[in-house]
Design a protein around this ligand. Structure first.
Ligand code: ADP
Ligand code: MG
Length: 590
């Protein structure tokens, strides 16, 4: 499409505001332009944290000679022309503001050539003033060099951080785009040193490896899902719980391949990991949500970082469900690894359990051909259910008791170390406690002896649409477990009592947390079990909690007594064993 200046009317409808705050904003706008121009290769090079110089070179469509001047006018864009196009934007840019804004605060040099033209052209803009457009030899594509950013605005320049810190922000940004577009070959240089490059082959996991390293990419689980009503889809990779970080910076959410920030979707990711990560630890993941263009509004924020959704709660629950189900069915299990495992595997007390293993490159690319078939959410759900019942059946026939264990200590505030009749046993404290509580809760529910604790005062609880839906669909079951409540306005219920198993300090928060857990547990099991499993998960000790010796002993005793001690309600093992034979072999005694 030709570049045209938007009508004043349409221009007025576009979210206004400062686009260029720092060097990273320049890089973002230039990268987006290269991607919109269908580039297959993008080079980004910076000097002095981008304050001294930023260079972005692409092999995209280029700008026709006669439109170069136009590209530097405010509200001039080739991406939209009419009002109705504003409600279904498929390009990353659309405001026609980036080039003029960048040109007005820097010295800019643009060289560009289109496929259809034999020579390219060049334009130099110093603080917005043009010296015209002149012919210039060039390959097809566009090269932009931005120097001395904010050189004409000392006050703005003062607000920038150190060049190392600005370089860090740019690096983070380029990495996200390299992750988001595995089919584009990215190269990033800072101070003349190559920091990252991707192949552009289009393999997502390979891009993750190039950007984040193989230790990370080897622990990523494939996620996919679809909401059958709305047609919303999600695809991506999420880290096994063992791969976690101290902040949420490694959660990358793309909507129609636009990198966005969304508080509520980030929360959906947190929720999917509920009970699987230690407190204050966060996952590494990247997802793309495919949502019809007309159901997202990208024109609500000047830098397009935050967007609005027509149906946020659907997206929220799709995201949460899809991640959760892949975590539950694919999560690797901390089994004892030894080259001789084959010979001694009979000694491992959970011999019926087969870990799904870490998602391997081969299985991802194999499945890639028939991707949505093999990895649709429905399939994952069915696959998981199958796996769950299988391992349960097998365990109940193999062996339903665990030996008497003596507590030695705790590792990483997560595993209980114990000695048993045949070697060393490691118990996952959360999984074990979850199992104990789950069996207790189901037994009490069956014998109708669930105990309840009334609240001192009935408490109004505001619910999200998903929580409300859970309340509506599970009200009888929730009541039978000891939650007493009644509807109190559109989105509010009045909570009167909770089951005894819930700690009394914050019953409202517990109730809300529980509804969130039920929201994905219900995918996997019948209503009663979904509520029992959620109550167990919510009330169990978490990983990362220091336990005293007595608490650990009591937990192991309860586990010994419980009917299905070997797995947690999700099918993960509660304990693993190193037999005396294995220990002897490892130490070269046999
Ligand atoms: P927007 O991206 O919102 O349209 P910009 O100011 O970023 O506005 O760019 C103005 C126009 O210049 C774009 O619409 C596009 O036609 C053209 N353009 C900018 N950068 C490139 C590029 N790297 N390759 C091809 N065309 C480009
Ligand atoms: Mg742009």
């Amino acid at each position: 499409m030709e570049i045209r200046v938007l009508s004043p009317d349409l221009a007025a409808k576009i979210a206004a505001g400062e686009v260029i705050e720092r060097p990273a904003s320049v890089v973002k706008e230039l990268l987006e332009n290269s991607i919109d121009a269908s580039a297959r290769q993008i080079f980004v090079g910076i000097q002095g944290g981008g304050i001294d110089q930023i260079r972005v070179i692409d092999d995209g469509l280029g700008i026709p000679f006669d439109q170069v001047d136009l590209a530097f006018q405010h509200h001039a864009t080739s991406k939209i022309a009419t009002d109705d196009q504003l409600s279904s934007i498929g390009t990353l840019g659309f405001r026609g503001e980036a080039l003029p804004s960048i040109a007005s605060v820097s010295r800019l040099n643009l060289i560009t050539r289109c496929q259809s033209s034999d020579v390219g052209c060049q334009t130099i803009r110093d603080w917005g003033f043009s010296e015209g457009v002149t012919p210039h030899g060039s390959r097809v594509g566009t090269s932009l060099t931005v120097s001395n950013l904010f050189g004409n605005l000392p006050a703005r320049k003062k607000f920038l951080k150190s060049s190392a810190s600005e370089a860090g922000k740019i690096q983070d940004l380029v990495y996200r785009y390299a992750l988001a577009y595995p089919e584009i070959r990215f190269q990033f240089e800072s101070g003349g040193r190559t920091k990252m490059s991707t192949s552009g082959h289009g393999d997502w996991l390979e891009a993750i490896e190039s950007v984040m390293g193989s230790v990370t990419s080897n622990q990523m689980l494939y996620v996919s899902g679809e909401d059958s009503d709305s047609g919303y889809k999600i695809e991506g990779f999420t880290g096994a719980p063992s791969l976690n970080r101290a902040n949420r910076n490694n959660i990358t959410i793309l909507v129609n391949r636009r990198w966005v920030y969304s508080r509520s979707l980030t929360f959906a990711v947190d929720e999917a990991y509920h009970g699987l990560l230690p407190e204050k630890r966060f996952p590494i993941c990247i997802f793309n949500l495919s949502i019809p263009l007309s159901e997202v509004d990208v024109n609500s924020h000047p830098t397009k970082r935050e967007i609005r959704f027509h149906n946020e709660s659907k997206i929220f629950s799709l995201l949460q469900r899809s991640i959760r189900s892949s975590l539950i069915s694919d999560s690797p299990v901390p089994l004892v690894h030894s080259p001789d495992m084959g010979r001694v595997s009979g000694d491992v007390s959970i011999s019926g359990y087969k870990p799904a293993g870490i998602y391997s490159r081969t299985s991802y690319s194999n499945s890639n051909g028939k991707k949505s078939d093999t990895h649709s959410l429905a399939q994952a759900g069915i696959g998981h259910k199958g796996g769950y019942t299988d391992s349960q059946d097998m365990l109940s026939t193999v062996r339903n008791v665990i030996p008497k264990l003596k507590v030695i200590g705790q590792i990483n505030l997560t595993y209980i170390v114990s000695e048993g009749p045949d070697g060393l046993y490691l118990v996952d404290q959360h999984a074990a406690h979850e199992r104990v509580l789950f069996d207790q809760i189901t037994e009490k529910a069956a014998s109708r002896t669930s105990q309840i604790q009334p609240l001192l005062q009935p408490a109004p609880v505001d619910l999200t649409p998903t929580q409300l839906e859970v309340v509506d669909s599970h009200q009888d079951v929730l009541r039978s477990f000891g939650f007493e409540f009644e509807k109190f306005g559109e989105m509010t219920v009045l909570l009167r009592s909770v089951p005894n198993i819930i700690k009394p300090d914050d019953p409202v928060k517990s109730f809300i947390d529980l509804l969130d857990i039920v929201a994905f547990e219900r995918l996997m099991r019948k209503k009663e079990d979904a509520v029992s499993a959620s109550l167990a998960c919510h009330s169990a000790v978490t990983a990362g909690m220091a336990l005293g010796k007595e608490e650990m002993t009591s937990l192991l005793e309860q586990l010994e007594r419980t009917p299905n001690p070997h797995t947690c309600p999700h099918g993960r093992p509660t304990l693993i064993q190193f037999s005396n034979y294995q220990l002897d072999r490892e130490f070269g005694r046999r």
